[in-house]
Design a binder for this molecule. Sequence first.
Ligand code: PMP
Length: 338
Amino acid sequence: MKRVCMTIHNSLAELIGNTPLVRLNHVTEGIEATIAVKVEYLNPGGSSKDRIAERIIDAAERSGQLKPGGVIVEPTSGNTGVGLALVAQQRGYRTIFVVPDKVSESKRAVLRAYGAEVVVAPTDVSPEDPRSYYNVSDYLAEHIPGAFKPNQYRNPNGPESHYHTTGPEVWDATDGKITHFVAGIGTGGTITGTGRYLREVSHGEVKIVGADPEGSIYSDPSHVHQYDIEGVGEDFYPETFDRSITDDIVQVNDAQAFTMTRLLASQEGLLVGGSSGMAVAAALNYAREHALGSDQLMVVLLPDSGRGYLEKIFNDDWMMSHGYADVVEATRVEPMAG
Ligand code: PMP
């Protein structure tokens, strides 16, 4: 009789983590080192933020901050919201996300589709204004019985989740041969947790390189200004980022990041977001500048999918009207001759 071997996971949350490493083969011309990327959009919620959501909720349950029937309230419009909503619905918690009104309707629709409630707050008010999205989320967290606010910029379980999952995964998948780890810095959780693990296990041999948008405080505190890359860079120092873990921070501008984002899709088959393009651009610049040889192995973390950016980075009209005509030109896919 034919034996049927079943692998059925108990819930989607079991599929968080253990994302693959893939070698880059085309955008790396002239670089001898191996550049491998960790593809985080293969997490069930589509980003690296699934990892922090799971650990933050586990910890809040253990400490009693989150009780059966509780409500998770967080100011977030993106990946963290999806991660929290996904884990929360599996465990029977309500989720309420407060988003600024500049957040697109399609992003709000994604959160609602996962069962979250979305509260929209005005963007053009000062952070101190009671209507600001930080204050609205504080108000809701204080007044809704059973509410818990994860606060991803302060919660130590963010970096911890990467220390316990992303770090060991990278180390094991490279048989301990990784020499450099590169990641963008938003809350800093990814680079702090993963970097700390890799440093410890390699006795300080693995170099930890941050990638940062031009305009963010991390690479140049004297020139903080607006930029278009989403999810990375800050105008303040969050508690979740331990700068002493980084050996270097490489600055990348919007145009360089968007060029690489488009090339990753058209040449490597990796439809990823702008912060992924930024991290790869930083990695390649670093590899060139330091003339990394063929014995070097760089791992670059790609946080999310390009699907959330189809109307921006992958839309030529948006790109042209936002000053990126050169990027569109440089990444044009030539029609086949013949
Ligand atoms: N890229 C994207 C798209 C993100 O949403 C985030 C998280 N804010 C990051 C990069 C940076 O990750 P971290 O917060 O762990 O530094």
